[in-house]
Design a protein around this ligand. Structure first.
Ligand SMILES: Cc1cc2nc3c(=O)[nH]c(=O)nc-3n(C[C@H](O)[C@H](O)[C@H](O)COP(=O)(O)OP(=O)(O)OC[C@H]3O[C@@H](n4cnc5c(N)ncnc54)[C@H](O)[C@@H]3O)c2cc1C
Length: 294
């Protein structure tokens, strides 16, 4: 079946044999029959809304995020993520994103601007204000990076509220299920949302291929993927790295020469282990694990 772009999911009905999906294509409504429907339609999923209309609103942390791409001086070895500040007040993150253009730097700025609460929308492509982000960060100049210069060199800034949703107790209804951000939107601060969506898709494909009955395949997929992704959603609300940054700020409010002046070896190791269990892949375990191919 070819990929079709430009169609919007509107509704779904199902019987024992399959699903009948209503899609909007321009001004027209079209209907398609299929064995199953997988809602992979992102943080504001219409499929999730159709399945679980009271399944949890968008929850805003009170943190506003801005991001942009600009050319700048190489930061350290060109392969290091530089994090300054804390997302309880203001945080700035930079990393290089192109081997072909080593000057290209992606940046993300986070500022706590409000108390946590429910919001109705979370648009990734909302234009951000350069003046607003500069008001918080233009004066930041580290030995390793000039944040003000990076902001001045950025043409286009995007703004996004840091949102997630409470984990659902169930994804599937019959032959319809959810995947990726539609199923488990999480704060985009642990490098996990996109990766987890890919893992969902890989497990889903295997479960559908290894079960003759489509509903059983979808149930097996949910059994494998819902518990770990639900735990990740909650873990991203208090990442070990954020807790550690807060602890360092409390212990050394006037700065420090080296991190070992502030944290013991045991504390550093515990933080690294805790963070790795959530955010950074265990490469060896990944390479040694049996392939999911069927
Ligand atoms: C600032 C920021 C930084 C991030 N950094 C990282 C990172 O470093 N690493 C990482 O792994 N993840 C990161 N993420 C998260 C990652 O981008 C998402 O988790 C990932 O894109 C989710 O993929 P998805 O396919 O589930 O949803 P999406 O990528 O949102 O795709 C959903 C698709 O569904 C379409 N759609 C919406 N409504 C409908 C409808 N009614 N009918 C049909 N189609 C519809 C949309 O047009 C879109 O194409 C970041 C996110 C943000 C905002």
């Amino acid at each position: 079946m070819p990929v079709r772009t430009g169609v919007r999911f509107e509704d779904v009905a199902q019987d024992g044999d399959g699903v009948l999906v209503t899609l909007r294509e321009g001004d027209e409504l079209v209907r398609e029959r299929a064995d199953v429907l997988v809602g992979a339609d992102g943080v504001q999923s219409a499929v999730r809304e159709r399945l679980w209309p009271s399944g949890g609103p968008l929850l805003w942390s009170g943190i506003r995020m801005w991001r942009g791409v600009a050319e700048g001086e190489q930061i350290m070895d060109g392969a290091t993520v530089l994090v300054g500040g804390s997302n309880r007040a203001g945080k700035f993150v930079t990393y290089h994103i192109s081997a072909r253009n080593p000057r290209l730097i992606n940046w993300v700025a986070e500022v706590k601007v409000d108390e946590p609460g429910v919001v109705s929308a979370a648009d990734w492509y909302r234009r951000g204000s350069s003046a607003e982000v500069s008001a918080h960060f233009a004066s930041w100049k580290f030995r390793l990076a000039d944040i003000g210069a990076l902001l001045s060199a950025t043409d286009r800034i995007l703004e996004y509220p840091m949102v997630d949703r409470d984990p659902l107790p169930q994804w599937r209804q019959g032959r319809v299920t959810l995947l990726g951000d539609a199923a488990h939107p999480m704060y985009p601060i642990g490098s996990n949302g996109g990766s987890q969506a890919v893992l969902d898709a890989r497990v889903l494909a295997r479960c559908l291929a290894t079960h003759d009955d489509a509903e059983r395949g979808l149930a097996a997929y949910e059994e494998e993927r819902r518990p770990p992704t639900s735990a990740l959603v909650l873990a991203h609300r208090a990442l070990p790295i954020e807790e550690t940054i807060t602890l360092v700020t409390e212990r050394a409010p006037n700065g420090f020469g080296g991190i070992r002046e502030v944290l013991s070896e045991e504390e550093l190791a515990a933080m690294a282990d805790a963070q790795r269990s959530i955010s950074d892949a265990d490469v060896r375990a990944l390479n040694e694990r049996e392939s999911w191919s069927v």
